[in-house]
Design a protein around this ligand. Structure first.
Ligand code: SF4
Length: 216
């Protein structure tokens, strides 16, 4: 009598159905294979990722920002200087008091320009003005291995990979090589806080420390 082939499943019994490994088909991404093998039910969530469910469906402004990353880098440097000049004002009023109005403006301006997700630890100047929080995997150091041949995301097939765009944007910038720096994981406790105020307060503290060091 012919021997049965050994099961290749993790369940163990020799009569369990043998599930063949999905064949690697050119153009079929890992995300597609995972999606196809997911349990089927009547509920199909709208759209393909949490970001996509809450944000607008065009990337026109975001892509404009990447194309004009050099201009925005220059502008942001001036803007940061003005914010730092105003440090005595922020400090006089109280950073905690100005947080709400500043955050209100920051969220709308950066939301419009970059589809900002208000992570509170802005890295746009290191990522070619392409916000990494728009990556469906929220990679702070990308890209992943799933970029499609046309440069689009494997999870959101009609969205250009934010890390491909980050690289393109960084090539236009004076300090674009900052993209090579490894970014820390996102500190979730800083979500929905103002990156503008944080950077300003840190720069003011550093300036005061160096003044104190020079006078010592
Ligand atoms: S890196 Fe964070 S703060 Fe900067 S645009 Fe993206 S979500 Fe907003």
């Amino acid at each position: 009598m012919a021997e049965r082939p050994a099961s290749t499943t993790a369940k163990g019994p020799a009569d369990a159905p043998v599930v063949p490994a999905p064949a690697a088909t050119p153009g079929v991404t890992q995300a597609t294979i995972v999606k196809r093998s997911a349990p089927k039910s009547d509920y199909k969530p709208a759209d393909v990722s949490p970001q996509r469910r809450v944000q607008r469906k065009t990337y026109t402004v975001r892509l404009w920002a990447v194309r004009n990353s050099r201009l925005l880098e220059w502008f942001y440097a001036r803007f940061a200087d003005v914010f730092l000049l105003l440090h005595p004002v922020w400090k006089g009023i109280g950073y905690s008091r100005v947080e709400a109005p500043v955050k209100f403006v920051e969220k709308r301006v950066k939301g419009f320009m970059f589809d900002c997700r208000m992570c509170g630890q802005c890295v746009l100047s290191s990522t070619g003005m392409s916000c990494p929080m728009n990556c469906p995997k929220q990679l702070r150091n990308g890209p992943c291995g799933g970029v499609r041949a046309n440069g689009n995301c494997e999870v959101e097939p009609d969205m250009p990979c934010v890390w491909v765009k980050a690289w393109e944007g960084s090539r236009n910038m004076a300090k674009g090589d900052a993209i090579l720096n490894i970014q820390k994981p996102v500190d979730q406790s800083l979500r929905e806080t103002s990156a503008w105020l944080r950077v300003t307060a840190q720069a003011a503290a550093e300036r005061e420390q160096s003044k104190a060091g020079a006078n010592a």
